[in-house]
Write a protein that binds this ligand. Sequence first.
Ligand code: ATP
Length: 270
Amino acid sequence: SRAKVFDKESNINVNFLDVAGLAEAKQELEEIVSFLKRPEKYTNLGGKIPKGALLVGPPGTGKTLLAKAVAGEANVPFFSMSGSDFVEMFVGVGASRVRDLFKKAKEKAPCIVFIDEIDAIGRARGKSPSMGANDERENTLNQLLTEMDGFGTNSGVIILAATNRADILDRALMRAGRFDRQIHVELPDINERKQIFEVHLRPLKLSEEVKSEFLAKQTPGFSGADIANVCNEAALIAARGDKTIVEKEDFLSAVDRIVGGLEKKNKIIS
Ligand code: ATP
């Protein structure tokens, strides 16, 4: 139902410890946490707090997780919506949803507004043939730009948006006073994969032979989401075999499954 999809507000108990690797992104976001916690530290000196930052990177690399961790660290409410939810919307609904979301956010400031898949509404305007759905998308984008310009710099609302296609975004979104910061979130390297495994192995009952270092070596090209999937899948495979602990072979089967899935996805794309 719509109520579930749109302008969800929640209090988050995710923090930076739940996000493995991504040291640079976390460091940049620390500053936003600090803005939210102690705005006067900046405004007393005449500084203007940025309105938003754009998280850019491939799917499953932890962009949503990072945005939630910012809210969790600052202990502020988290409002979220997904750009793709506007794609099939009736005329006028998208813009009014954006308006409602910002109205609620301003009432609850300081807070985070997170817009996932912003490219679905934020694609460069006027480049595709004008159809009903496209006009609606433009209205939604225009409303978003209006909202971003409308509230004061130091309103306490910080907007984080995520995309894996920064190249197709309307330049107007990146203008000063809007998403003027870009934070890159890349696929993890072997060391980061090890750390991500450690986060997701924590809740499992493991055989002693299961080592994060070994698993990191087996999973080049995997995203954080793929790694979370491997861990869960391994536990399910072990359970199916009526085991009381998850063993190395269960992880290897899980890796094979995910690799199979990734290959299929790539075939469809290419
Ligand atoms: P998408 O672009 O597909 O929306 P995303 O970049 O927003 O993806 P998330 O939704 O944040 O990715 O990641 C999905 C899940 O993968 C997370 O909930 C978490 O379980 C796991 N994950 C991803 N990256 C990390 C990480 N760096 N550390 C720990 N877990 C991670």
